[in-house]
Design a protein around this ligand. Structure first.
Ligand code: ADP
Length: 229
């Protein structure tokens, strides 16, 4: 089974005649680590939004984690969201909550007991290297630490896929690499990772599969690829 399958997917937005994505086909295996690159406006965000079901395709087939999006009902979308964790460039943490509470929140909303939450949150904070920082507020953390809180929150329900959309965009190189190492660790634990980045150094040193999107099309898809602007 493929973890992600797109078959000739086209996305055209309203009031924009130019297709954001045009007949894109893509297969991603379970446990793969895939980097998506492309200049601004190429279609990367649209691709990610189709996967999270924030947007629906105009044409084509999408199957993620065995879920055929054509058969997906609205009430099943929360189930899909549990299979896909997402982190963003701007972290999107709850500023009035501690590190622990930010991560715990993702479990509270699915009805997990306090006992289980108290057991689970420290384990995931440990994985992202934030043990001992449970009581800090987001403002009291570095950007790299904030992003690692966001990653902890995204993976605490053990999604099959982690989508990281420019997670290092606001970080200096040292903190960027801390975040990338955490993504690699989560991938080693068995989660499929989809990363978008403009950071050439990260792409070149990770030596992973690189998919290049340009003008709504996949123009290259290579293993161990380097990235030239
Ligand atoms: P990227 O993430 O690579 O910068 P996007 O997926 O955001 O690219 O955009 C791809 C194309 O789709 C661009 O031409 C953009 O202007 C257009 N686009 C994106 N979102 C919308 C929208 N909501 N409505 C109309 N056009 C959009």
């Amino acid at each position: 089974m493929k973890m992600i399958l797109l078959d000739r997917v086209t996305k055209t937005y309203q009031r924009n005649p130019h297709a954001a994505l045009e007949r894109i086909s893509l297969h991603v295996d379970p446990k793969e680590f895939v980097i998506v690159v492309g200049s601004s406006g190429a279609g990367k965000s649209t691709l990610l939004k189709l996967l999270t079901r924030e947007e629906k395709p105009t044409a084509g087939k999408i199957i993620v984690g065995g879920i055929d999006y054509d058969k997906l009902r609205d009430r099943e979308i929360p189930l899909l969201r549990r299979k896909i964790g997402v982190v963003f460039q701007d972290f999107k943490l709850l500023p009035g909550k501690t590190v622990f509470e930010n991560v715990a929140f993702a479990l509270e909303i699915v009805g997990m007991s306090n006992r289980e939450i108290n057991h689970t949150v420290p384990r995931v904070l440990d994985i992202v290297g934030l043990q001992g920082k449970e009581k800090r507020m987001p403002m009291e953390l570095s950007g790299g630490e904030r992003q690692r809180v966001a990653i902890a929150r995204a993976v605490v329900r053990q999604p099959k896929i982690l989508i990281a959309d420019e997670p290092t965009g606001n970080l200096d190189p040292k903190h960027a690499w801390d975040v990338i190492r955490v993504l690699e660790k989560i991938n080693r634990y068995g989660t499929t990772v989809l990363l978008t980045t403009h950071n050439q150094d990260i792409v070149n040193r990770l030596k992973r599969r690189v998919i290049t999107v340009k003008d709504g099309k996949i123009v290259s898809d290579r293993a161990n690829a380097e990235y030239k602007l």
